[in-house]
Design a protein around this ligand. Structure first.
Ligand SMILES: [Zn+2]
Length: 258
C-alpha cells in the first residue's frame, strides 16, 4: 500500500529531542525512552486501521437480492463489515433490505440503475444511470455512496468524468471468485476459490445474487478469521490514501465480469 501512510510527523520528533536535551543525561535517557514509547503508541493509534491490521475488503454486487438477509446474518456472526454495490432499480424495489445493509454498518456503493454496460451508452444515459442510483440510495439510507463499480468492469472516459462529478471513486476489485460463471456455482468450489484468492488488502469481488456464494460465506469467514483477518469496508481499507474523484482504487487492473 502507499508508503505515505507511514510517515512520523517531523515536528513531533523535534519536540521530543528538544525536551529531552534539557534534562540530565540519565533522566534524559529514561524520558526519551518513555516518550519514544508514548510517541510510537500515539503514532500507531493515528495510523489508519489497515496499516496495523491484516485487512481484507469483501464486496457483494447486484443486490439487494433474495439472499441479502442471510448474508447479513453470517457477516454479523463474524463481526465482518463488507461493501455492497447495489443496483438502483433493486434499491427502489427493496428499500427495507437496503436499510438493513446500511443499519448493520456495511458500506453501500453505486452499481448503476439497471446494470447496463456503460460502454454501450451515450453520455446522457450514463449520467442518468449514475444519478438515479445515487438519488435512490441517498433517499433510502440518508447517505449518498462515494464508491462506484461499473457493470462488467467496463468504463470509458465519459463514465469516468461523470463518476468524478459525483465525487466518487471506482472500485473494480482486485480479485474475484468468478461466481458469475455458472459452472463455478458450487459451495465447496467457491469456498476454495475465496480462500485461494484471499490476501491482505485485497478487494474481493463476489455477488450477493449467487446462492452458493452466500452459502460459502460461513466457511470462508471462519477460515479467514482463524488466519487473523479483519473484514473491513472498502473506504476503511483505503483510509489514509489520497483519492482522486473518478480514479480507480486500489491501483490494479480492472477485473472482468459482472
Ligand atoms: Zn454487477
Amino acid at each position: 500500500m502507499a508508503s505515505h501512510r507511514f510517515g512520523i510527523p517531523l515536528a513531533a520528533i523535534c519536540a521530543l529531542t528538544l525536551s529531552a536535551s534539557l534534562a540530565s543525561p540519565a533522566q534524559a535517557q529514561v524520558q526519551t525512552q518513555s516518550r519514544a514509547q508514548a510517541q510510537a503508541q500515539a503514532q500507531r493509534a493515528a495510523d489508519p486501521y489497515c496499516v496495523t491490521h491484516k485487512c481484507i475488503a469483501l464486496t457483494f454486487d447486484d443486490g439487494p437480492a433474495e439472499y441479502t438477509n442471510d448474508l447479513l446474518k453470517v457477516l454479523k456472526k463474524y463481526k465482518a463489515k463488507a461493501t455492497f454495490f447495489l443496483i438502483g432499480n433493486r434499491v427502489k424495489k427493496h428499500p427495507k433490505l437496503t436499510k438493513n445493509i446500511a443499519k448493520d454498518g456495511h458500506e453501500l456503493g453505486n452499481h448503476t440503475w439497471d446494470h447496463k454496460y456503460l460502454t454501450d451508452l451515450e453520455y446522457k444515459a450514463i449520467y442518468d444511470e449514475v444519478k438515479k442510483t445515487q438519488d435512490i440510495i441517498k433517499k433510502t439510507t440518508g447517505k449518498a455512496p462515494v464508491l462506484f463499480r461499473a457493470p462488467g468492469g467496463l468504463i470509458n472516459e465519459g463514465a469516468r468524468t461523470i463518476i468524478a462529478k459525483f465525487g466518487m471513486i471506482q472500485i473494480p476489485g482486485t480479485v474475484s471468485t468468478q461466481d458469475y460463471i455458472k459452472d463455478y456455482r458450487d459451495v465447496e468450489f467457491l469456498t476454495g476459490r475465496a480462500l485461494d484468492i484471499a490476501n491482505q488488502d485485497e478487494v474481493v469481488l463476489m455477488h450477493e445474487t449467487v446462492k452458493q456464494t452466500i452459502e460459502s460465506m460461513s466457511a470462508v469467514l471462519e477460515d479467514l478469521t482463524s488466519q487473523g483477518y479483519s473484514f473491513v469496508t472498502v473506504s476503511k481499507l483505503l483510509e489514509g490514501q489520497e483519492l482522486t474523484p473518478g480514479g480507480s482504487y486500489p491501483e490494479q487492473l480492472p477485473l472482468s465480469g459482472d
